[in-house]
Design a protein. Structure first.
Ligand code: AHR
Length: 503
């Protein structure tokens, strides 16, 4: 049996858990909006056309914040197409996903959905084909209280009160040549700074997210952030990070270690931002918004062309996730939580149908993919402070990342309840690992309140419409607690969550 160990200490705190870590993403892409969150005529649609089965699953998932309306989509989007009488709204080409946007859903409808789902909106403006003026216009429509042309238009459209959106993304992935309106770092830095300055004149306490790199393999990774922050350091609060992982050519070992890359990504951008801050003699710290992350079989998408015909809501990147994918998603959440001092917002991309934890059939059911489970458990259990851990773990060799730890973990401690929660991944493909967790610093009166694991003899098992509960969380057996010494037996290729509470 392999062995690993860690000692937890309530005084060793990284930062409080940010509720914004449990964000998601709704893009006008494929079937995320149409037949995803919105399907008038569906037997379970409410009076506004929203699927109540999807709303219930979004709440169960524990999503706290949703980025909207894109994504690559936003870089060609005219927000004003999506307001006013639905019958008058134009149908447009969406060049990003080669589909037809009907504009039946716009900001007024999405704000209604967000209220029902009880989530904060993170709103992205178009800095691909548009600029400062249009960003100001959409801000006026969304957040200006009353008495101006666009705020009165919102009121006339039925929203008397401003939406009060605080978190704004200054464009999307403008470092990527695939992006409509792709820019050089210099061009983007100047535009982001000008847009941020204008938005702040309208509403000084907005929280602004500048686009960082769309992956760590971009040729401009690091230099993009550095140039952009030279222009915008004092004007923005966050730099965004985007990362998608997949298993390449059956290399499961590297895939299971994807969080090593996420750690590297975060550490590199924190170092880059802090270096710019030092050059500018600024005391301010820029935080990271990891506002697109997930498992995505991107290489399959890249090898299959987008639909030839211009369709409304085509099936695009509807990846079906297996057990290994869910274990990786759980481990990426471990990485995000570990960095809670600097990653204070994050969005799993996306929420429904498009590389998503929730799937739907038009006119049919909605169900949970495997990746739903680690997200939902983490969002429900991670409370209070994130603890700093020094894990002693065996390592294994990976093709992509060199040596990776077999066991990775993060823990939270809620001073209000005394609960301690350990989230742990076992990346070994053959063996269970005995993980010794020293909790003596919390006293000796802790008991095991709940212990769950996601694992399966068949790591390729998936949930489908016809077998939606094939993969779920299972009770983790073999949790021993003696005084303050816990021993967890973590199955091979598994993600687990164990909550200890005061007796
Ligand atoms: O989430 C899918 C796409 O991935 C988004 O539209 C884009 O921002 C990223 O490349």
């Amino acid at each position: 049996m392999l062995r690993a160990r860690v000692a937890l200490n309530p005084a060793s705190v990284v930062a409080p858990v940010s509720r914004r870590t449990f964000g998601s993403f709704v893009e006008h892409m494929g079937r995320c909006v149409y037949t995803g969150i919105y399907e008038p005529g569906h037997p379970l649609a409410d009076e506004d056309g929203f699927r109540t089965d999807v709303l219930a699953l979004a709440r169960e998932l524990g999503v706290t914040m949703v980025r909207y309306p894109g994504g690559n989509f936003v870089s060609g989007y005219r927000w004003e197409d999506g307001i006013g009488p639905v019958a008058d709204r134009p149908r447009r080409r969406d060049l990003a996903w080669r589909s037809i946007e009907t504009n039946e859903v716009g900001i007024d409808e999405f704000a209604k959905w967000a209220e029902k789902a009880d989530v904060e909106i993170m709103y992205a403006v178009n800095l691909g084909t548009r600029g400062v003026q249009e960003a100001l216009d959409v801000h006026e429509y969304i957040n200006h209280p009353e008495g101006t042309h666009l705020s009165e238009l919102r009121r006339a459209n039925g929203a008397e009160k401003p939406y009060g959106i605080k978190l704004w993304c200054l464009g999307n992935e403008l470092d990527g040549p695939w992006q409509t309106g792709h820019k050089t770092p210099e061009e983007y830095g100047l535009l982001a700074a000008a847009t941020a300055r204008a938005l702040r004149s309208a509403e000084p306490d907005l929280e602004l997210v500048a686009c960082g790199s769309s992956s760590s393999i971009m040729p401009t990774f690091g230099s993009w952030e550095s140039t952009l922050l030279e222009h915008a350091y004092d004007l923005v609060d966050y730099v965004s990070c985007h990362a998608y992982y997949e298993e390449h050519d059956g290399d499961l070992g590297s895939f299971l270690a994807s969080a090593v890359d996420m750690d590297h990504f975060v550490n590199s951008i924190v170092a880059t931002a802090d270096a710019v801050g030092a050059r500018l003699k600024s005391k301010k710290k820029i935080n990271l918004s990891f506002d697109e992350w997930n498992v995505w079989y991107l290489s399959r998408f890249q090898s299959a062309p987008l639909p030839k015909e211009w369709e409304v809501a085509p099936r695009v990147i509807e990846d079906q996730y297996n057990v290994a994918d869910a274990v990786v998603v759980g481990s990426l959440l471990i990485s995000l939580l570990r960095h809670s001092d600097r990653v204070t917002a994050a969005c799993q991309a996306q929420l429904v149908n498009v590389i998503a934890p929730i799937m739907t059939e038009p006119g049919g059911p909605a169900w949970r993919q495997t990746i739903f489970h680690p997200f939902a458990r983490t969002a429900a259990l991670a409370k209070g402070d994130v603890l700093r851990l020094e894990i002693q773990s065996p390592v294994y060799a990976t093709e992509k990342y060199g040596e990776a730890p077999v066991i990775d973990a993060v823990a939270t401690h809620d001073p209000a309840t005394g609960d301690v929660v350990v989230f742990a991944v076992n990346r070994d493909q053959e063996r269970a690992v005995e993980f010794a967790v020293d909790l003596t610093a919390f006293g000796t009166d802790l008991t095991v309140a709940e212990a769950w694991t996601l694992t399966d003899d068949d790591v390729r098992a998936v949930n489908t419409k016809d077998d939606p509960e094939r993969v779920t969380m299972q009770p983790l057996t073999g949790v021993a607690l003696d005084g303050g010494a816990a021993t967890l037996t973590l199955p091979r290729i598994s993600w687990s969550a164990i909550r200890f509470t005061r007796a």
